[in-house]
Design a protein around this ligand. Structure first.
Ligand SMILES: [Zn+2]
Ligand SMILES: [Zn+2]
Length: 488
């Protein structure tokens, strides 16, 4: 320990004594300090006699070193705004001229801004042409400066400008915003939530425009079975390289989706690049979604259009989808609503039709036991069916599930993508029970995240209790509809 301390001391001794070594940890520091000291002494000697602006002396000096009209105003201690800067700057220059002071012959560019303000017209024209054909009302602008330029200007301004003069970067941003607001009518320059973000590189004059996504909220009804909520890439080709034979070169597992039924007409209307779809939960492909429908937020990426009559678009989507998917309550939304939609645990109501009997209900024994025992050979237990199966008995058994808390072990059909665990979900209510020979129907309202098909057939005893267990008979879901998502 002590040895390494000694070594460190040695290092610093060498460094401060100015010895050079193969690896010098002070390499960045020492020369820079020396240069700064030298600069300061030099400048002080040369300029101590010049009083800074707004003195005539200070202003004359700014003129003589080639400061542009805009920077003269900025550095003179007067408030700077794009509007009057050039006139005011010219007036100050004229006064210097009258005192016999003019710009040095060898000066090419304004030493402060490198003629950025003079080139502002060109820049704004380029921004306008970059954004032609894009619809927006809220714009945020940012300018990127080279670090060395910022540091040099800072130093030059401190030495030659009036106390409190606005820094180049902030003055340039203000001036650009003011000029754009004059040029682009109806466009507001904002600091947050822009519709378009424009970045200007002041070194290369490269302009980058980013069109922020447009978000719309609505509710959808899915009136046909066999449509997934979102686009599914083809299982065979994963949607790569323009699809394969099994997906008819679409790259999709299913020809359409709720996302595309709603999103495609909207994408075309807003001239967007792509869509993302966020539903408040989702129903299975074979499940319809009725009632008031399911809340969703659709994101339209890089839209060239932003403003449209949403009731007209609602009609357009509903007409295009021709009865497969219907939307309502379409309104403007924002990014933060996506999290709300995804995070809302809404109760849902379903109508389910299912077959019951004649085979007895079977429970895979090991599934209800602990992990260790599940290694053993699975034994299956048959639950005694009742001697006489009357419609009253079936109805009573279904109704007895109202209010119960289900214990649902992750169903086999989703076990490949969900953690295997037991979830507790409440059956809030059961109504509209209809019993026919061999088939029955019921309306169930239950907690968010309930596996409702499993409530009927029990998934070999993984869901307890269930209709199958109560009846002691095999139950099979024929169809299922979401009647309502109880939210919003
Ligand atoms: Zn300038
Ligand atoms: Zn494919």
């Amino acid at each position: 320990m002590s040895r390494s301390n000694d070594e460190e001391e040695d290092w610093s001794n060498y460094a401060s004594a100015g010895y050079s070594t193969a690896y010098d940890p002070w390499a960045d520091l020492v020369p820079q300090e020396e240069t700064e000291d030298f600069d300061e002494d030099f400048e002080m000697d040369e300029f101590t006699s010049i009083r800074p602006p707004p003195s005539d002396e200070g202003l004359d000096h700014l003129v003589s070193i080639g400061t542009c009209d805009y920077c003269i105003v900025r550095l003179s201690g007067q408030p700077f705004s794009w509007d009057g800067a050039q006139n005011l700057g010219a007036t100050i220059r004229k006064a210097s001229d009258d005192r016999g002071v003019t710009k040095g012959d060898d000066v090419q560019f304004c030493p402060f801004c490198e003629d950025l303000f003079v080139d502002m017209d060109v820049l704004v024209e380029e921004i306008k042409s970059e954004l032609s054909g894009v619809e927006f009302k809220k714009m945020q602008i940012g300018a990127h400066f080279a670090k060395s330029h910022v540091a040099e200007e800072d130093d030059l301004r401190t030495r030659n400008g009036a106390t409190g003069s606005q820094a180049l970067k902030s003055a340039f941003n203000d001036a650009l915003s003011q000029k754009l607001e004059l040029e682009l009518k109806d466009v507001e320059l904002v600091k947050e939530q822009p519709e378009i973000m424009v970045l200007v590189d002041t070194l290369t004059f490269n302009i980058t425009a980013e069109l922020r996504s447009l978000y719309l909220y609505g509710r959808y009804r899915k009136l046909e079975r066999g449509i997934p909520q979102t686009r599914w890439p083809c299982r065979a080709c994963k949607g790569r390289d323009g699809g394969c034979e099994s997906c008819d070169e679409t790259g999709l597992q299913y020809p359409t989706s709720v996302q595309d039924q709603i999103g495609e007409p909207l994408r075309v209307a807003f001239q967007a690049k792509n869509t993302a779809f966020h539903g408040m939960g989702r129903e299975d492909i074979d499940v319809r979604c009725l009632g008031r429908g399911r809340p969703f937020v659709i994101e339209l990426k890089s839209p060239l259009r932003r403003y449209a009559d949403l009731s007209e678009l609602t009609e357009l989507v509903n007409a295009t989808s021709a009865g497969a998917v219907e939307i309502s309550e379409l309104r403007a939304s924002r990014r933060s609503e996506v999290a709300r939609i995804k995070g809302t645990a809404a109760e849902k109501s379903y109508t389910i039709r299912f077959k019951y009997g004649p085979e007895p209900h079977v429970i895979a024994e090991s599934e209800t036991e602990s992990e260790e025992q599940s290694e053993e050979i699975e034994e299956q237990t048959e639950v005694e069916p009742p001697a006489e199966l009357t419609p009253e008995f079936v109805g009573e058994m279904i109704a007895s599930l109202e209010g119960v808390t289900l214990e649902q072990r992750t169903p086999q059909r989703v076990s490949h993508r969900r953690a295997d665990k037991v979830r507790k979900r409440q059956v809030v209510s059961i109504s509209d029970i209809l019993v026919e020979p061999n088939e029955a129907e019921m309306t169930v309202r239950c907690e968010s995240g309930t596996y409702v098909k499993e409530l009927v057939h029990s998934d070999e005893g993984r869901t307890v209790p269930s209709v199958a267990e109560k009846l002691g008979l095999v139950c099979e879901v024929i169809w299922l509809d979401v009647n309502d998502v109880h939210a919003d």
